[in-house]
Design a protein around this ligand. Structure first.
Ligand code: FAD
Length: 331
């Protein structure tokens, strides 16, 4: 062909381009992953991974990822009558991606399967899922990561763990006890304190008996909180004894909204791969919480409602995994 003969091609003619990568099996095409799965002793997940790979590689599923990233979430601070609602509206494609991940136990398999290598098996499924959409992977990762922290406080775990491990995604913003499944977010970072969590200024005031399992009010702000549509949040705040971890439900046990105020959704440009998760700044004034993990004490055996006697905590060391990173909360 004469390179100077531009008339040889119509303007709309496409050449020297690969076909769209769609309708293929993500797992089947991933030889290193298939080999690793057997090397790590989780051959038992192969059939499930194969089926999942086909679903994720379908053109319709890939399209969900594109839609979820093309339509950023919207912050709804108030309803049309002026009541605070602090909700985040996501595109239906984003909800569908989350439903797919939850339905395939991407958050729960490591805790619900008794088979050897359950954590590796969960990673295999997640490696496939991450390729379709990264933003909705964050709530799935946090739902996975919250379980060890919840188990520190047995009564809270008994109430929340079944909801978190449910494979039924329920996007409704209603009190968690009425839902088929629940998600958790995590709020640690403040403007002046990221790596150095000791710089956090959010305060926790006991509403009655202080200590693990007790009820507290949190007052302060958070600069960063992924998955703002979650049903509950693990929040770090300064309590007597040091920085401690609290469970802040979106709705209080009396059925009213907690004071979890979303100030803004952050720009996505600084968060490649998590573009449309709906990160936001949060105001806590004062928010009702349960005390989960104290700075330097062991959990109480049971939750202490206001009016119940206080068990004496023992001294121990604890490290809790939040959002995939290890944050030591000892002093
Ligand atoms: C994808 C993503 C998801 C996140 N999700 C959440 C979430 O769900 N909830 C939440 O609360 N936060 C979340 N964060 C925020 C995250 O926890 C903070 O960004 C992190 O703790 C770092 O804090 P920073 O950004 O303030 O950086 P800084 O702490 O200001 O650090 C800036 C730089 O200084 C360096 N540095 C800091 N301290 C020291 C030191 N003492 N010595 C030497 N070097 C130092 C750091 O290594 C870094 O290079 C998320 C962040 C990312 C990227």
């Amino acid at each position: 062909m004469d390179p100077d003969d531009y008339s040889a091609h119509e303007p709309d003619e496409v050449f020297n381009q690969p076909p769209a990568l769609a309708n293929y099996n993500l797992f089947e095409y991933d030889l290193p992953l298939r080999e690793a799965l057997h090397r790590e002793g989780v051959g038992w997940i192969e059939a499930q991974a194969h089926e999942y790979g086909a679903l994720l590689g379908a053109a319709e599923t890939i399209q969900l990822g594109e839609l979820a990233n093309r339509h950023p979430p919207l912050l709804r601070t108030h309803d049309r009558f002026g009541h605070r609602i602090d909700e985040v509206e996501f595109h239906p494609a984003w909800h569908e991606l989350l439903r797919i991940g939850i339905a395939h136990a991407n958050h729960s398999l490591a805790w619900t399967s008794a088979r050897p290598g359950a954590h590796v098996a969960r990673s295999v499924l997640n490696l496939l899922r991450h390729q379709i959409d990264e933003g909705s992977s964050c709530p799935i990762t946090m739902a996975f990561a919250v379980i060890p922290a919840l188990r520190v406080q047995s009564e809270l775990a008994a109430e929340w763990e079944p909801r978190v491990l449910s494979t039924d995604y329920d996007p409704r913003c209603i009190p968690a006890p009425q839902k088929r499944g629940a998600l958790f977010g995590m709020a640690m970072t403040e403007r002046q304190g990221g790596s150095d969590l000791r710089a956090n200024t959010t305060r926790a005031q006991p509403l009655c008996a202080a200590g693990p399992g007790g009820e507290y009010a949190l007052i302060g702000h958070k600069w960063f909180c992924s998955a703002p549509m979650s049903d509950a949040f693990l929040v770090l705040a300064q309590a007597k004894g040091g920085l401690s971890c609290f469970l802040l439900p979106r709705w209080k046990p009396d059925g009213t909204r907690n004071s979890f105020h979303l100030i803004r959704l952050k720009s996505s440009s600084a968060m490649p791969g998590h573009a449309f998760l709906g990160r936001k700044a949060v105001g806590l004034r004062p928010s009702w919480t349960w005390f989960v993990i104290p700075a330097s004490t062991a959990p109480a055996d049971r939750r202490r409602r206001c009016g119940a006697p206080s068990p004496k905590p023992a001294i121990t060391q604890r490290t809790v995994t939040l959002s995939g990173s290890a944050y030591s909360i000892n002093r």
